[in-house]
Write a protein that binds this ligand. Sequence first.
Ligand SMILES: [Zn+2]
Length: 290
Amino acid sequence: MSDKNKLIKECKSKFKLVCCGVDLLAVFENPMDAINVYFAHLGLKPVSRFELVISDDVLIWLSSACEKLGLHFVYSDFLVGDKRFVYFSKDLALVEKAKVYESNQDDYNLGLLLGYPECCARFYMKNYGLAEQFFHKDHTIITMQNSESASDVYFGLNYLLRFFGLLLIDFYPCSFQCGCAIDIANGYFDSVCELNSEFADWLKEKLSLGVYYSNETGVHVFEHCKFNSSGFDYSGVLLTSENSDHKLFNKGNKIVISDSGNIGSEIIVRSNLIEFGSMRRSGLILFNKH
Ligand SMILES: [Zn+2]
């Protein structure tokens, strides 16, 4: 079983997220989709969007769940792999609008409709070309470059766990200190606490850790991090696919951020943003409970 499926299974076996008689965790594929539907139901997001495989069976349960939740939904005409984007909102006009923005590739207006802060939507647009050319369309390194620090980041901004089906915000913040993004993540977290405080505590725990992001090898999540003044201890590393960085991290149990080399079970990182060359980059982001 993949690390992603293990986490989702753990979550589904422990919790229920019941809203209007619908257990969102039972109905939707992962916690990330479940809470996004909940945010649309509350109107915290004008529109929520994620990908689903659309079939006759899916349309039946989706229609029934949305009716109970007071939500409208439409899905994209185009496919992303075997899935389509599905848009959810209390307002039918807004889901139609989101679908049009997406098909016109109007990312800025789509972002605003999905509840992203204006500064972060602008940041995404401004850097899209750079991300596409050098970073596999991922803005993480650009967000790091735009941040004062990637240590002690508010856990609510940990969108990187989306690869494991968990998140609060589903956009790249313009920086890890963006006040607008932090306010939004905070509001989302408060609403999750009201829905199920035990699930909220679990989610907070899962989002509060160290993440190593590499342009070459992707996202590496350090489990059970114990932070100290120079770095952190960890018990294991979640990964999206086998690679050389993961093998290296699996040998160790401690990350020290300093200026020296690589010693024993300690993996030493020069700074939070590691530059291997002009374009091959990676970084370490420390998400903390605040
Ligand atoms: Zn921002």
